[in-house]
Design a protein around this ligand. Structure first.
Ligand code: ZN
Length: 381
């Protein structure tokens, strides 16, 4: 069985984050923290370096730096490189055509500005707007619920005109994907609770009636402008309740006729709910499935499995490549290499099964790696 060769195809990374300006790490533990979603202190110290993902990373870096594949040697070689030079070298080696950046995290002051990142990587940078960050600010600044919603509509009245190619929601991290409709009184009471918590020092919007209500306002705007909304789904740090991160909880939103104009992108292959996400992309015209190869931190076999699951059920026109890289350039870089390889191998299997001709498989690889994203986010105009 031959793999479809996708090594020459540039990627449009449809979901990733900024890269830290400073790339120096004090010690092994702080470096390993970039490769675990766990907040437990013992994880980077004792366990994170034993994942298959991390072992693969060290091997690839040894190849990149031309040194021995030992953690300490690789880190020493890395530390000798200038930070911006390293970021540029990795993005160019990854052959990135465009990065769609979730600007909600890390904070802007910690990361390389978009223009500089684009120059270093010789790629396009397209920012996305994180809804919960905006909502937190507006809920703190304005009086009644009506005023907060009015201010939100004003901020979202022309998403593309303000320079954003998509909206992003982390409601899965806050109150779960079962976004419901609440009465005005329930939402008002929720706003008062948010304000009380904010006065006591916590401005984190995790007040379900309020957050759900504001999301409905945002969805109406997204549907009217046909602007894609990315949802964090599945795997994340333990802040997320993974039971409520199942994409099937989005049913009420997906069933609402008013939102059919809103393209919905389910991020991170919904891991481990890839089949559920693939199913939704197969039955709802406006649902797309992101295949993310940097995070979750998976072994190659598991990446192959989710790629097979996605291609096995969802239309190929609904699948989008990403890295979900954040902080260090290694994730954006290795995600592209792994994504091309897992996709090339899966497409090769489909050719061997007699399901695709080679030319169709090659075109499918191009579509998943870049074409589908260029069309969905309207990047080619
Ligand atoms: Zn992300």
């Amino acid at each position: 069985m031959e793999n479809v060769d996708l090594r020459h195809v540039p990627v449009v990374d449809n979901h990733c984050h900024g890269i830290w300006r400073a790339q120096n790490f004090d010690d092994l533990v702080s470096w390993r923290r970039a490769f675990t979603e766990s907040a437990d202190p013992g994880m980077p110290r004792e366990h994170a370096a034993t994942t298959v993902f991390y072992r693969r990373l060290i091997h690839r870096l040894a190849w990149f730096f031309d040194c021995e594949p030992e953690e300490e040697t690789v880190l020493a070689a890395r530390a000798r490189r200038d930070a911006t030079e390293l970021v540029g070298a990795m993005l160019r080696a990854a052959n990135v055509e465009a990065l769609l950046l979730d600007t909600g995290y890390p904070p802007p002051e910690e990361v390389l500005p978009g223009a500089e990142l684009g120059e270093l990587g010789e790629c396009r940078i397209e920012p996305m707007l994180r809804l919960e960050t905006l909502m937190e600010r507006l809920a703190a600044e304005h009086g009644s619920l009506g005023e907060v919603r009015e201010a939100l509509v004003a901020e979202l009245d022309d998403v593309r005109g303000r320079g954003y190619v998509a909206l992003k929601s982390i409601v899965a991290y806050r109150t779960g994907l079962d976004v419901r409709e609440w009465s005005g009184e329930e939402a008002e009471a929720s706003l008062r609770e948010f304000r009380r918590a904010a006065r006591e020092g916590s401005g984190r919007l995790a007040h379900k009636p309020l957050l759900d209500t504001l999301l409905h306002t945002a969805f109406s705007e997204a549907a009217r402008q046909e602007v894609p909304v990315q949802f964090h789904v599945g795997y994340g740090d333990p802040d997320t309740d993974l039971l409520l991160g199942n994409p099937l909880h989005l049913r009420a939103v997906l069933e609402k006729p008013d939102y059919r104009g809103m393209p919905v992108v389910l991020l991170h292959e919904c891991y481990p709910y890839t089949r559920e996400g693939g199913y939704l992309a197969a039955v709802y015209e406006n649902v797309y499935l992101d295949l993310s190869y940097g995070i979750p931190f998976l072994g190659y076999g598991e990446m192959l499995s989710f790629t097979r699951a996605a291609l096995g059920v969802a239309p190929i026109s609904k699948l989008l490549y990403s890295s979900d890289g954040i902080g260090v350039p290694e994730l954006h870089w290795m995600g592209a290499t792994d994504g091309r390889r897992a996709l090339g191998q899966t497409l090769g299997e489909l050719v061997a099964h007699g399901e695709l001709r080679l030319s169709q498989a090659e075109a499918a690889g191009e579509d998943v790696l870049r074409g589908n994203a260029l069309r969905l986010y309207r990047l080619s105009g």
